[in-house]
Design a protein around this ligand. Structure first.
Ligand code: GDP
Ligand code: MG
Ligand code: ZN
Length: 344
């Protein structure tokens, strides 16, 4: 099977890897539907699709709905659906996924996939408040773990003085170690052109950040629509709202896709690959020069990390922050191991 590169499906993010995952599906037939989940509400998945037989042809996408009973689906997932729209046959293997812990109160040990098959994660922070590097560190771990590429977006530049912007920018650049940091304003449009560069070629971008930082306004500014509701909610109000507007795959004029995630007070880690190592690669690099292999960077002699703190090369708060995330991950891994044992 050959894929025509510029058809509606590839603009939706379809690629050869998804195509190869199809023949492994049971009972594949030409009239089944293959599509991408655009929105989830109360047990239903809305998805953009074509039939299997139409995959290689240039075509227009249809919007359909299917119940997602028994299927673990997230916005951005590619799914195979029966011709009668009765059920989801298969969720194609995810090429990346932004996952967080469903609740941070420690009572529920469950993962929540915020977005699937994403290429970039925009980590949005507002310049109208003091830079929060601790939160950014946590978001970077989450983003690196997703398999997508993080990009830091400092928005509301119109609401901050030039000196406040450069100060915040310096802090966030130092925190994100080589990850690109953009300064933008959704109101004046400053900096948006650079962000649009990420959206080409059917790329999908998840937009992550605290409530009120300006995510939805940014999505609207990039798409030139008012698809996302903005400003209306405060954090405390989130409970009573229904989840229909929570997550949505929104089309960009430049053939890319945005997923606006609900604002979360605190993002909790799920498990991870190497998110912590990547987000704190400065500390991991230093640690290679510690005398002891299992150095905890506390009171051990010849600790390169403590030496760096001593010379001012490393902020002690950053080491503490990493320690908290490592601890959180260890607790989570323990819980998961226990849950696995209990299930046996
Ligand atoms: N001055 C200014 N205000 C903004 C900007 N972006 C968002 N806002 C305001 O910040 C508030 C929260 O924005 P919203 O997009 O709803 O935040 P979200 O919770 O992250 O989706 C709203 O009152 C917006 O009008 C911006 O670039 N400049
Ligand atoms: Mg919003
Ligand atoms: Zn050490």
């Amino acid at each position: 099977m050959k894929v025509i590169v510029h058809n509606a499906l590839s603009e939706l993010g379809w690629n050869e890897t998804f195509l190869r995952a199809l023949p492994e599906s049971v009972n594949l037939s030409d009239d089944q539907l293959v599509g991408r989940v655009k929105r989830l509400d109360r047990g239903w998945s809305t998805f953009l699709c074509v039939t299997v037989g139409e995959i290689t042809a240039t075509q227009t996408l249809r919007e359909c709905r299917v119940r997602n009973i028994g299927a673990d689906v997230a916005v951005g997932d590619w799914i195979l659906v029966t011709p009668d729209l009765e059920r989801i046959v298969k969720v194609l293997p995810r090429q990346s996924r932004l996952v967080r812990r469903a609740s941070s109160d420690g009572t529920r040990n469950e993962a929540q996939t915020l977005a699937a098959n994403i290429n970039f994660v925009f980590l949005v922070h507002g310049l109208d408040t003091a830079p929060n590097e601790r939160r950014l560190e946590r978001e970077l771990v989450l983003a690196f773990d997703s398999g997508a590429q993080p990009v830091v977006v400092l928005t509301k530049s119109d609401a901050a003085s030039a000196s406040a912007i450069s100060e915040a920018q310096a802090i966030m650049v130092a925190t994100s170690l080589g990850v690109r940091v953009h300064v933008v304003s959704s109101v004046t449009g400053d900096g948006l052109t650079e962000l649009r560069d990420y959206t080409r070629d059917g790329a999908t971008i998840a937009v992550l950040g605290a409530s009120g930082v300006g995510k939805s306004t940014l999505v609207n500014a990039l798409t030139g629509t008012e698809s996302q509701q903005t400003g209306a909610t405060r954090e405390g109000d989130n409970k009573g709202r229904h989840t229909t507007t929570a997550v949505d795959l929104v089309a960009l004029p430049t053939a890319g896709w945005l997923i606006d995630t609900p604002g979360v007070r605190a993002v909790s880690l799920w498990t991870s690959g190497h998110g912590i190592e990547r987000a704190f690669k400065d500390i991991f690099t230093l640690a290679e020069r510690c005398k002891f292999r299992d150095c905890k960077h506390g009171t051990e002699p010849a600790c390169a990390v403590q030496e760096a703190i001593g010379t001012g090369a490393l902020d002690a708060a950053r080491l503490e922050s990493m320690g908290r995330l490592v601890e959180e991950e260890a607790v989570l891994e323990e819980e998961q191991a226990r849950a696995e044992r209990d299930a046996r």
